[in-house]
Design a protein around this ligand. Sequence first.
Ligand code: ADP
Ligand code: MG
Length: 411
Amino acid sequence: MNKKALEDLNVKGKKVLVRVDFNVPIIDGVITDDNRIVQALPTIKYLIDEEAKVILFSHLGRIKKEEDLAKNSLDVVAKRLEELLGQKVNFVPYTRGIELENAINEMKNSEVVMFQNTRYEDLDGKKESKNDPELGKYWASLGDMFVNDAFGTAHRSHASNVGIASNLESAAGYLMEKELKYIGDTVANPQKPFVAILGGAKVSDKIGVIENLLKKADKILIGGGMAYTFMKALGYNIGTSICEEDKLDLANSILENANGKIVLPVDVVVTKEFKEDAEYRVATYKNLKEDEMGLDIGPKTIKLFKKELKGAKTVVWNGPMGVFEFTNFAKGTEAICEALANMKDARTIIGGGDSAAAAIQMGYREKFTHISTGGGASLEFLEGKELPGVVSLDDALECDCGEDCDHDHDH
Ligand code: ADP
Ligand code: MG
């Protein structure tokens, strides 16, 4: 996808509207993971350095009723951003109106304004989430140009991304560019061998991903809860493990069309109760008991998956290998983190909200080529879909720098 980049904009002294994805987890008023804020810093710092007037906005959570407003205010996020930037962030607690307009009009170069959660506009008629044309136009009128750095919302067509982009000169920010490069290009043109690892709870969430990756990948290693639907489809007893009965036929047809690319677990960690400190043992599929459920991949499977990963040049991972929220069943997910961290010659990419959270929580934030900030967006990208938040941005300028140009674009 060849979209206009940050450097293609003439930002000095201009009011630059920047859609970021600051939809971070907040528990009791405390941000528990600031990855999305951290990843947006390069774009923000670039604009500050280039003497733009930087106007930031994001959604946070969902706003359905009055009570949702206060707990989804972006003021906490503005404070954290201020700490990370080491610079004042002027937070305006409105999404429109004279106070916001004045704050923007009074900005000096390199100053930062952030306005309130864009979804405050959902309270009255879902204006943000339904891409109300008047709202997109109004927000666009507040600035001179638009930068979209919110990959996490790129699969949605909202007023704060698509709406603004259709009214203003628009470009992709650094984070968006990075996501397009690592999630988009990697899947479209992977360096081979390309191995995908899929897990998570349900097959039904990932059917599109499996089907698209089967076209591109050399191998697909399947762990997590979704493996059991495949195992049951093959006729194994899976006890009380998570299973989608209505997807058994689909699982069979996926396996039939996979040309041996799909690798399933050979052993699993089983327990009788779904809880943190339940007793557990390692079982093969052949000796799993009626009253047992599998909550993680076993040691032989870890070995097998590592063998399959050997020599891979591209690895894309979506979905944890087990119920990593319980330490007893986190070993498979951790082993995959470790295996990928040690693959120095490969591009290693995580796309998926829970898998990204697991890797970061286990201390592997810096160990991958890229950990996507988009849950749903990366999933749709892995399905091979186009993302409206990306499509709506201006196309890259034609290159006029001659035959020898080594810029990152096609002639
Ligand atoms: P991602 O967000 O990375 O795409 P998913 O949302 O598809 O991943 O799946 C994550 C969830 O899958 C986790 O909450 C995890 O506990 C659950 N899960 C993984 N393995 C199992 C299993 N064997 N049984 C039940 N749930 C599982
Ligand atoms: Mg998830």
